[in-house]
Design a protein around this ligand. Structure first.
Ligand SMILES: [Zn+2]
Length: 50
């Protein structure tokens, strides 16, 4: 969604810090970044990206 392609574990590269390996868990209801600790719900993420 939104141009981010989760891998089979639902992980994507975090847009909030310089991420070389996917460290953000993303699904339909929430996201959480294991790298920088960013988290919120999917609506939150969309709002922050755009
Ligand atoms: Zn991050």
């Amino acid at each position: 969604m939104y141009g981010m392609k989760p891998d089979r574990h639902g992980m994507v590269c975090c847009p909030f810090h310089s991420d070389s390996d996917p460290s953000m868990k993303l699904n339909d209801t929430y996201y959480y970044c294991f790298g920088c600790g960013a988290n919120g719900d999917a609506i939150d993420l969309t709002a922050k990206l755009f």
